[in-house]
Design a protein around this ligand. Structure first.
Ligand code: GLN
Length: 537
């Protein structure tokens, strides 16, 4: 088995996850079985308890693991199977080590960062590769080189490299070359220093990936090569992509990064065939049509909070030869100024998931506007719950209707906790999480776009459609388009007579891929195109 480690230097948010994922795309297209995993040095056991304002979206896996959003990139860029084993946090490492200490597994020894914490980390690297029968395991180390909390992870991979030998390891360091305007030049010093930090720990990167917004000339490459101690051909230029992140594998291929990695790992696979990928990228860059979609949320100003949703819209747009212009609307602005100001002229309205009462009334107004004005609507998780509240209030006339998440005393709890969730007191990992099968109703829009009567989708929620209100809602024109196979919980609703009003309790955005747009997103984009009457760009 071969191992690639991706570290980052100088600043955070360099896109290490994307580099790891894009390299995964190239290696997979060379016929290799690739597995990706992420190590996060923070002490949370998982990011499930972190606010999206802090850490961006929580990405949910099939097995219900709540993980870092980089795992979303891994799933979108490769066919790697991910489970809770593929995202290790320092919190989990210490939780395991302390549990072993309490059980007496260390036989009276003093428990220490080296070797006990580092052993725990190393065992995960091996386990992930073996379980998934990989040719190559790519491990991304979160954080920035030089962070105190990252040290045990770097020490662990240093030891690991020694154990598996030089032919089986490739260290990739992603760094930043800042451009200083006044001097008119790119600067290499921060990269030199972050590589020096790595070497201090005992890690010499094989490949340097340089994020830059200017081309790197030969002289700069020579300088980086000399001071960072990497061969000149191993200095990879990663210029900011012009249009879409999906260009990145093509950029890295142009820089021959996949060949280099294979050379270091003593592998000789066939060249990567990127034809299908390139076609997808071309459709993202130059589509024929154009639509405007409003995403009405609460974490709107945060780039990463709805990452998978934005990506899913890009995939569906490419499949429909359409550029989807996303208008990010803050639900609180709708509360203050009304829906019309922000939603008039939109070809689609999407209300994503969320927690907490802030902005909920604004989302309800958005759902009402889309329903009444017959604008295609896609509600995801909380976006379904608020659609149900809106329908209860404005169609059934239950003016006090609410979710008990926001008003525990409401006289009409149309969204409420099921018994199972009432017992839960711990916040971490205790929602209805991961894959559950759902049965779709014959004749529904959803059944039509999925082309199947049973689907499996990922979940992350506590509250449910209250079945006591089901018959009344159906009488007034709501269609229950999907129920969970086992518990018969309402999972998909539609509104009869509306061109496209579909809302689901699950998260379809976690299953969309570049060349496999998700049926609900594609259905939504097609409905929006119809409303926009296919305007050409
Ligand atoms: N807050 C809602 C619940 O817990 C919705 C969750 C979500 O949108 N992910 O049920």
């Amino acid at each position: 088995m071969k191992y690639i480690f991706v570290t980052g230097g100088v600043v955070s948010s360099l896109g290490k996850g994307l580099v790891a994922a894009a390299l995964g795309t190239l290696l997979e297209n060379r016929g290799l079985k690739v597995v990706l995993q992420k190590f996060d040095p923070y002490l949370n056991v998982d990011p499930g308890t972190m606010s999206p304002f802090q850490h961006g979206e929580v990405y949910v896996l099939a097995d219900g693991a709540e993980t870092d959003l980089d795992l979303g990139h891994y799933e979108r860029f490769t066919s790697t199977d991910l489970s809770r084993r593929n995202n290790l946090t320092a919190g989990q490492v210490y939780e395991n080590v302390i549990a072993k200490e309490r059980r007496g597994d260390y036989l009276g020894k003093t428990v220490q960062v080296v070797p006990h914490v580092t052993d725990e980390i190393k065992s995960r690297i091996r386990e992930v590769g073996q379980n998934q029968n990989a040719d190559i395991v790519i491990t991304e180390i979160g954080g920035t080189t030089g962070d105190i909390e990252g040290l045990p992870f770097l020490e662990a991979i240093r030891q690991f490299a020694l154990e598996v030998g030089p032919d089986n390891i490739c260290f990739i360091h992603v760094t930043l070359l800042p451009y200083i305007k006044a001097a008119g030049e790119l600067k290499s010093k921060p990269s030199q220093q972050s590589v020096a930090k790595l070497r201090e720990i005992g890690i010499q990167p094989h490949i340097l990936v340089c994020r830059t917004d200017q081309p790197i000339d030969r002289e700069m490459r020579q300088k980086l090569s000399l001071f960072c101690n990497v061969p000149i051909e191993s200095v990879i230029e990663e210029q900011d992509v012009a249009h879409t992140i999906y260009e990145l594998p093509l950029v890295l291929q142009r820089e021959r990064m996949d060949s280099l990695v294979c050379k270091y790992l003593r592998l000789e696979p066939r060249p990567a065939d990127m034809t299908a990928w390139r076609l997808f990228v071309d459709r993202v860059i130059a589509p024929k049509y154009h639509i405007n979609v409003a995403v009405v949320g609460k974490y709107i100003e945060h780039q990463d909070a709805y990452k998978s949703i934005y990506e899913s819209l890009t995939h569906a747009g490419a499949a429909a030869d359409t550029r989807v212009d996303v208008h990010r609307v803050d639900a609180e602005d709708i509360e203050a100024e009304g829906a019309e100001k922000f939603l008039m002229g939109m070809d689609g309205v999407l209300v994503p998931g969320g927690f907490g009462i802030r902005g909920v009334e604004g989302k309800i107004l958005a759902a009402k506007y889309a329903r009444e004005m017959k604008i295609p609507y896609l509600g995801l998780c909380l976006g379904m719950q608020i659609a149900v509240v809106e329908f209860a209030r404005n169609v059934l006339g239950l003016t006090q209707a609410h979710s008990t998440e926001f008003n525990p005393q409401t006289s009409d709890p149309v969204i409420a906790l099921i018994e199972e969730q009432k017992q839960v007191t711990n916040k971490g990992g205790s929602m209805r999480l991961g894959n559950y099968p759902c049965l779709l109703t014959e004749g529904s829009l959803s059944r039509g776009v999925y082309g199947s009567d049973e689907i499996v989708e990922r979940h992350r929620h506590r509250f449910e459609f209250n079945p006591d209100y089901r018959a009344r809602m159906e009488e007034k024109g709501m269609l229950i388009a999907g129920v969970s196979r086992e518990e018969k919980l309402v999972e998909v609703i539609e509104i009869k007579g509306h061109p496209w009003y579909v809302a689901c309790q699950y998260h379809p955005e976690f299953l969309s891929k570049p060349n496999r747009a998700h049926p609900l997103f594609l259905g939504f984009v097609n409905a929006a195109l119809k409303l926009a009457e296919r305007p050409r760009i």
